[in-house]
Ligand binder design. Structure first.
Ligand SMILES: Nc1ncnc2c1ncn2[C@@H]1O[C@H](COP(=O)(O)OP(=O)(O)OP(=O)(O)O)[C@@H](O)[C@H]1O
Length: 222
């Protein structure tokens, strides 16, 4: 039986001007999860990922991280986040960006080698000394994923990680991500409009107007 990493119960999120981004969402992320969060633009995918990652608070309901320890240690140690718009630090090189979580976690000695290995795996080794402003959007997305992987977290929450990639590059990139996950037992939740990515996930959460309208195959929310 897999451990439960995250549980959301009756999650609601209201924004100003009467926008209701989430409505009564119940969900569970297991330690071996491979979940695609799908649904139309504006259906609440990003909002849900932010709440499950502890970046935002629900207006109603609760979110707990039973398999991930205290809230203060969630990120980047246990949860790796890949944002829709990659948030690389502009003054750091690509390699420094990828290694940064290890530096912040007090392990700077490992940062350089770990970053170089991941960049090579993704076929991005030639970019290691570039600054973020010199990168394409798709390159930045892949580097943000490498950064999320460098800590070997228990869970990666990725928001549209292939949104700026052509289909062939997306496929190679995602193959590499999946290989990395297989070897390390990291759970993955990915919000995506890319059917090729969604089709590779074991579970599909479909969002519509803030509701999680279906989970396939069904699991019992804890
Ligand atoms: N900070 C905010 N302030 C006000 N409204 C917001 C905020 N963030 C999101 N929303 C609104 O909440 C709803 C859900 O947005 P969200 O970004 O979660 O959708 P999404 O499914 O991820 O969309 P997309 O596929 O386009 O990324 C939308 O109506 C959006 O406009």
């Amino acid at each position: 039986m897999s451990d439960t990493l995250v549980v959301g119960k009756h999650l609601g999120r209201d924004f100003q001007r009467g926008v209701v981004a989430l409505r009564d969402v119940n969900c569970r992320i297991a330690s071996d999860a491979r979940i695609a969060v799908v649904g139309p633009s504006g259906s609440g995918k990003t909002t849900l990922l932010h709440i499950l990652g502890g970046l935002d608070k629900p207006t109603s309901g609760t979110v707990e991280w039973p398999g991930l320890g205290p809230f203060e240690e969630l990120r980047p140690r246990h949860i790796g986040l890949v944002f829709q718009t990659p948030s690389l630090f502009p003054a750091l090189t690509v390699a420094q960006n990828v290694g940064l979580p290890l530096v912040l976690a007090g392990d700077p000695a490992s940062a350089g080698a770990a970053a170089a290995a991941l960049l090579d795996l993704f076929g991005l080794g030639e970019l290691r000394d570039k600054l973020p402003e010199e990168l394409s959007g798709g390159q930045s997305q892949r580097i943000a994923m490498a950064r999320a992987l460098v800590m070997r977290p228990k869970l990666i929450l990725a928001d549209e990680p292939t949104g700026q990639l052509d289909s062939i590059t997306a496929q190679f990139f995602f193959d590499t991500v999946m290989e990395q996950l297989e070897g390390t037992g990291i759970a993955l939740v990915v919000a995506t409009h890319d059917e090729a990515v969604a089709a590779r996930m074991a579970t599909r959460w479909t969002m519509d107007h803030g509701r999680l309208v279906s989970e396939w195959p069904r699991q019992d929310a804890a």
